[in-house]
Design a binder for this molecule. Sequence first.
Ligand code: HPA
Length: 299
Amino acid sequence: MHALEASSLWLRARAPAPPRVAIICGSGLGGIADRLQEPVAFDFADIPNFPSSTVAGHAGRLVFGRLGGQPTVCTQGRLHSYEGHPAWKVVFPVRVFHLLGVRILIVTNAAGAINPDYSVGDLVVIRDHVDLPGLAGNGALRGPNEPQLGPRFLCMSDAYDAALRSAALAAGKALGLGASLRRGTYAMVGGPGYETVAESRLLRSLGVDAVGMSTVPEVAAARHCGLRVLGLSLITNKAAMDYGRRDDDDDEEEGGEEGGGHRGGDEVERASHDEVLAVGEQRAATVESLVEAVLNLIT
Ligand code: HPA
């Protein structure tokens, strides 16, 4: 608590206005910070106690300004649990935002499509999530509870705010996103490896639409301290749901091919970070416009 307070006091003394909205940006989606009016930025490394990534050139920064008429703070750069960071570090920014007076958290991410109807480039308004690390005992709120922040046991059945979801769907409609705007369930996996075919099939059987390696810790911490949450996924790739025609598996549906022993034919989906970043780049402006339009709607 002391570390959080020191960070928030330092920022409060320097930030232009107390932010009402915080945005945590996913891979390749940090450009939204460039849309803030009258921006004031702070490197994570300069903020007392603020955790920063050790990867050179990716330390990250906080940008304060106005977006869609709202006083806003935006992160550029994010810590992921797969880097080995403990959960308290991953969610530290969320708790500082709470102490700064933020009421609404918007989280964006890049995600793989588990739902076969989804296409690369689709945007998903997250309706619900499956916290696989959390279900296995590694949730972000594991450990001693800080009662000044929130309760030990919290309700997560309404984690994604219904009014914000409606605003996002209305904003997407107004932007002409049509059928590329979805509503769905996001699953967090630990990563950093992308899913095997069997794992993707497992996620589909659980009712998951999109999968990624982030977001859920921040959402849990935000709900813990009472923030309203909107989550948006950009579909950057389709998860591999079958082994391809050249697989040596003797599944009936895949029979008829020669060349036994050659694993992985042309049809196999292969997730890659380069593809994730490339789609992020192509669709970043749309994600940014959607977030800005939501903020305009909720004034
Ligand atoms: N799986 C997990 N995380 C991801 C993916 C994926 O397919 N795409 C982008 N982040």
